[in-house]
Design a protein around this ligand. Sequence first.
Ligand SMILES: *Cc1c(COP(=O)(O)O)cnc(C)c1O
Length: 397
Amino acid sequence: MADWQELESKYYMRTFKRMPLTLVRGEGARVWDDRGKEYLDFTSGWGVNSLGHCHPAVVGAVCEQARTLIQTSNQFYTTPQLRLAELLVDKSCLDRVFFCNSGVEAVEGAVKLARRYGKLHLGGAYQVITALNSFHGRTLTMIAATGQPKHQEPYTPLPSGFINVEYNRVNAIKEATTSETCAVMLEPIQGEGGVNVPDDDYLKAVRSWCDEKGILLILDEVQTGIGRIGSLFGYEQYSVEPDIMALAKGLGGGVPMGAFLAKDKASVFAPGEHGSTFGGNPLACSAGYATLKFIIEDDIPNKVKQTGAYLISELERLKTKFSFITDVRGRGLLVAIQIAGDISDGILVACRERGLLLNPVKPSVIRFIPPLNITKNDIDEAIAILEPVLMDVGKEK
Ligand SMILES: *Cc1c(COP(=O)(O)O)cnc(C)c1O
C-alpha cells in the first residue's frame, strides 16, 4: 500500500495541517481510513456533507446526471440549474440566484453585485463593512473582507474597499459608515471565527441601519445556510431579510457548489457583467436539488433544532463537570466548546484515537458540525468518547 502521507509531504503544497489519517470511504456519519478503522465524523467535510457521507438521494442524483449531461457552459439553458434556482427562490426571501462553485466565489460575487449597486444607485459608493473574526474565504479580495490578521498579513497589500469592525456592536458599523459605503456584510453566526453567536437583536439593528442609510445588507450564509442552525436559512431566526445572501458548503450535499441570491431591487447585473464556466453546471445542480429537496421534505431544519439542543445540553452537562470548559455556544448543529488554554489539540488526538473526529476551529475552541441528519444515538456515542477524554485532561491539569 502506498504511503499517502509520505506522498503528500513530497508532492502537495504545504498549506494544510492535516490529521495523520487517510480516509477512503464514508457512509452517513461514519468514515473509514485506509487501515479499515471506523470513525464517527463530527466535521462533515467542514459542514459540507449536510446529509452525511454518500447519502443515497445525492448519490442517485449525481450518478443519473453523470450519465445524462455533466457540463454545457451557461451559453445554454439546462434543467437542473433552473429547477434548483426555482426551489431556492421559492423557499427563501430572495428573488434571483446565480450559481458558482465555492463559498468564496459566492461571497465575492455578492460583493461585486453590491459594488454594481453602489455605482448605479449610491453615487459610486463601493466600501463594504465586515466584521472582525469573520471568515469570507481565501481569494485576495475576500481575505480583505475577512477580519482576521492571520489571513491578511501574509498577503498585504490587500485590495481596498473593506472596513473590518467589531462584531455584535451595531455602533461600530454606524461609526464606519460613510458616503462611500455600499453594503454591510455579516455572518448570522461566525463559523470559522469560533462559532460566535451575536445578540438576538444585532442583525435587526443592522438591518434598520442599512435601511436608514439606503445601503445593502449581505448575509454570508455559506456556513449557516441550508439547515445548519435549525432553519433553512439563518436569517429566519433573527427576523431579518438580507438584500443579498451567499450560500455554499451544505448546498451541494458534498458536491462543490455555491450560490448568491438577491432581492429584485439588488439584482443589478446586466448581461456579461458576471459569469462562470462551471457555475450552475448540471452535475452540481442535480446534487444541490436532491440535497435541498430532501432537507425540505424530511423537515431536516426542525430535526436540527432538536438534535442541536440535545447536543448543546450534553455539552452543558460536561461544562458543569469540567471547569476547563469555559463556554458552550452555537445554534442548531453549529456548536462549539471553549477550552481554557490551548489544549484542544490534545483532546482532538485522544478523541481521534477512540474513533471520533472533531474540528479545532481555534486553538482553544472545538467545533461540532456533524451531518444535519445525525441521530441522538450518534450524539450519545460522541459524548461517550469525549467525556472520558476530558476526564483524562482534567487529571493532567
Ligand atoms: C467556508 C466559508 C467561506 C468560504 O468557502 P469556500 O468554499 O472554502 O471558498 C466563506 N464564508 C463562510 C461564512 C464560510 O464558512
